[in-house]
Design a protein around this ligand. Structure first.
Ligand code: PEP
Ligand code: MG
Length: 570
């Protein structure tokens, strides 16, 4: 049994199909005529571009527009005049063959990206190596591995699955993916999840451990791979697979069902999204709207700020796509650890306590905040948009943000541009200060959304990304639970809606507590919606009062968690 990273849920059973690229030998062969060689390079480049376009189209129809964007990213790299210029200079300057020039230039870029401490840049490095290999394959007439024609029940085993390989997968034939490299957020992992193929990545030395045709079972939820399983193991995993598939099927009956508890309390069950393309999954899993649109994703992975017009189109698309259902759009939560190179922000000593989110936006009202508010208000004419302000710690921030919104409204009135005059404005309650002031803040805004990811970090003074101290990072800690309960109580006393968009909202052990506290809205990743609806509709908030009381009587996170686990599993 081998351990790896759980990259895509489900059980895969099948025969190993070892995927190995044909090894190409790249030597610094000299060429007689640099100009002729440049022509040879340009032909190969055009061919690679054509192949990439075809892959993008294939992906768009088979998986989705968002996934096809990965190939669009490859196209951008291939068509980057700086890189192709450098390759051509290497060919003419050093009289080397195209393969070698590509090798040196692309590897330099890939190494540069790989050395940056940023996941997106790591991915760029993989992309760069991918296009390098494909250009060289075209030059050498090497056929790329044909993943599309794998037989049924194949488990792909590869060192790393490049996005262009993943694009060729036939989901009806591939029952699992195992790779030696990669991470949970690598493009191949994202594609595996989009195709709903179970996958385990980062399995150390797996290429030496599995032979072509070996029988393999993998558990993509647990990150486990077994080669040539015993009959007992095979029976165990076959049963697990059947349960997984049955559960998935069972959840489909919750599509179209209202989210109402046994004692008749209506809950809003909505989704977290990062860009308009995520809408497809929200509709697929029957989300009742959007509870958090993290707009910073519109600003990342590009070289200049999205214009008011671009933002307007993105917000409008979501509003229209959800036909009037609530769409809570959070204003830019950037800065600190979430860097955007083109914004020219100085490095913060203490990113999480630093110049970020509303602090930055109020400081850069004219170039950053006003265009976003204008885009949001204009888009509000097309659907159920509400504005949400992140990282609030004091009243002045709320008042200043609201004043800007009022100012923009006047501007739009003057210009005769339509918007929703009654647009709701709410805040994320995710700092200790906001939680302690919840009774006061509740009188100033239309709704609260509790951001438990940050609330836990700021309440426990624990960096949410630091593995070493992650034992402190628990929403079950009584300090965090008291904070959550207080926020909900204050909101309800003030008569405003209170939701939650942190990860805790979809934690099966938190849901009963949140229902007991009186949470109105639960916002989570779209794929968690049906499971949560199943849970919520199975409870009565009245019956849960005793459970919450008991949970709140414990004094440590461990005790609360153990108690909730027992309660949920009983
Ligand atoms: C949160 O802090 O809980 C939250 C939802 O926001 P983010 O994870 O984007 O900080
Ligand atoms: Mg947050």
């Amino acid at each position: 049994m081998y351990k790896g990273t759980n990259a895509s849920a489900g059980i895969g059973i099948g025969k190993a199909a070892i995927i190995k690229e044909v090894e190409m030998v790249i030597r610094p062969d000299k060429v007689a005529n640099g100009q002729t060689e440049v022509e040879r390079f340009r032909d190969a480049l055009s061919e690679t571009v054509a192949q990439t376009k075809a892959l993008a189209e294939d992906l768009a129809t088979k998986v989705g527009e968002k996934e096809a964007e990965i190939m669009q990213g490859h196209l951008m790299l291939l068509l980057d005049p700086m890189m192709t210029g450098e390759i051509e200079s290497a060919i003419t300057g050093e009289s080397v063959c195209s393969e070698y020039a590509i090798e040196t230039v692309c590897t330099t870029y890939a190494d540069m990206f790989a050395s940056m401490d940023d996941e997106l840049m790591q991915q760029r490095a993989t992309d760069m190596r991918d296009i390098k290999t494909r250009m060289q394959q075209v030059l050498q007439g090497v056929k790329p591995v044909d993943i599309a024609s794998l037989p049924e029940n194949s488990i792909i085993v590869a060192k790393d699955l490049t996005p262009s390989m993943t694009a060729g997968i036939n989901p009806a034939h591939v029952t699992g993916i195992v790779t030696e490299l990669g991470g949970k957020t690598s493009h191949s992992a994202i594609l595996a999840r989009a195709l709903e193929i179970p996958a385990v990545v980062a399995v150390n030395g797996v290429m030496d451990k599995i032979q072509d045709g070996d029988s393999v079972v993998l558990d993509g939820s647990e990150g486990v791979v077994i080669v040539n399983p015993t009959d007992v193991q095979m029976a165990e995993y076959t049963a697990k697979r059947d349960v997984f598939l049955q559960e998935k099927k069972d959840l489909e009956r919750f599509i179209g069902m209202p989210t109402v508890t046994k004692d008749g309390v209506h809950i809003e069950l909505v989704a977290n999204i990062g860009n308009p393309d995520d809408l497809a999954k929200v509709l697929q899993y029957d989300g009742e709207g959007v509870g958090l649109f993290r707009t910073e994703f519109l600003f990342m992975d590009r070289t200049s700020m999205p214009t008011e017009e671009e933002q307007f189109e993105a917000y409008k698309k979501v509003a229209v796509g959800l036909s009037g259902k609530p769409v809570i759009i959070r204003t830019l939560d950037i800065g600190g650890d979430k860097e955007i190179p083109y914004m020219g922000l100085a490095k913060d000593e203490n990113p999480f306590l630093g110049y970020r989110a509303i602090r930055l936006c109020l400081d850069r009202k004219e170039d950053i905040y006003r265009p976003q508010i204008r885009a949001l208000l204009r888009a509000s004419a097309f659907g159920g948009i509400k504005i949400m302000v992140p990282m609030i710690t004091c009243l002045d921030e709320i008042r200043e943000a609201k004043a800007l919104i009022e100012d923009v409204k006047k501007e739009l009135d003057k210009e005769g541009i339509a918007y929703n005059k009654d647009i709701q404005v709410g805040i994320m309650v995710e700092t200790a200060a906001a939680s302690l002031m919840a009774d006061v803040f509740a009188k100033e805004v239309d709704f609260f959304s509790i951001g438990t990811n940050d609330l836990t970090q700021y309440t426990m003074s624990v960096d949410r990304g630091n593995e070493k101290i992650s034992y402190l990072y628990s929403t079950f800690n009584p300090a965090v639970l008291r904070s959550i309960r207080n926020i909900i109580t204050c909101a309800r006393e003030a008569g405003i809606m209170v939701g939650m968009c942190g990860e805790a909202a979809s934690d099966p052990m938190m849901i009963p507590l949140l229902l007991a506290f009186g949470l109105n809205e639960f916002s989570m990743s779209a794929s968690a919606i049906l499971k949560s609806r199943k849970m919520i509709t199975g409870y009565s908030t009245e019956d849960l009062q005793a459970v919450a009381e008991k949970a709140m009587s414990f004094t440590t996170a461990k005790e609360v968690e153990a108690y909730m686990k027992e309660f949920v599993n009983q």
